[in-house]
Design a protein around this ligand. Sequence first.
Ligand SMILES: Nc1ncnc2c1ncn2[C@@H]1O[C@H](COP(=O)(O)OP(=O)(O)OP(=O)(O)O)[C@@H](O)[C@H]1O
Ligand SMILES: [Mg+2]
Length: 284
Amino acid sequence: MSENFIEIKDLRFSYINDLEEPPVKTEVLKGVTLNIKKGEFLAVLGHNGSGKSTLAKCINAINLPEAGGVFVDGMDTLDEDNLLPIRQRVGMVFQNPDNQIVATIVEEDVAFALENMGVEPAEIRRRVDEALKTVGMYEYRLHAPHKLSGGQKQRVAIAGIIAMRPDCILLDEPTAMLDPKGREEVMKTIKLLNSQGVTIVLITHYMEEAAQADRVVVIDGGEVVMDDVPRKIFSQVEKMKELGLDVPQVTELAWELQKAGFDISTEIIDEDECVEKLAELFGK
Ligand SMILES: Nc1ncnc2c1ncn2[C@@H]1O[C@H](COP(=O)(O)OP(=O)(O)OP(=O)(O)O)[C@@H](O)[C@H]1O
Ligand SMILES: [Mg+2]
């Protein structure tokens, strides 16, 4: 866990709208420095418009730096020769599963990118089966994707990405359109992949999801304003609220109790811990 897989150095990025006269420039990333280690599970938080998706697209070389640099496995995103190898190492999963599904049969959808990459049919078969088993969708391999639930569709989309054997998966609000069950299925899949060594960058608005990461980065106004383990991030309840963000419900509860004069720490991010502390506090 010591080697940096992604290095972002003083990254600046602006959108330029040429349709306006004179062209309108929107500065979005204003000097982001961030290293992500191989095998790490990083969550990225920030209120709407803070620049999270823009940052994700910089990692995947969809957006190129205006100043500073982005390096994936040592490869500079500005060098065009690195484009394919970078996209092979870093897979992207987006919010809307419907926009990511291209075929009418699940296994064909998962095979799609591999076919385009010219992978041998026998190898495609192996990888597709393995990817579908990993996301728990193997028994649906011959089903029609559009008939699946949101969570199932999103897992098929993830299977399509892992079939390409990326080192890192960047997920931009992958659970935003899912029901609670679908969200849980996708989180379980993400954690399984991470346990197999895949580096995870998860952009989310769900604090309970971010609490499960190794590390949380908070973006505000195109800058990294917080970077720590989830417990240390969420225990700063007031600061999070100032940034327009929530904290997990159990942290909020501890904070309210603390405000009411109870002797309880806000460094609580999961339910079991919360139960334990409450039992201590109320002597049961
Ligand atoms: N293609 C574009 N052209 C011009 N401005 C853009 C473009 N895409 C995003 N922006 C602007 O850049 C800023 C950052 O957008 P971005 O999508 O990165 O935010 P975000 O943190 O992902 O927000 P959300 O939580 O809503 O997904 C916003 O002000 C947005 O309006
Ligand atoms: Mg976004």
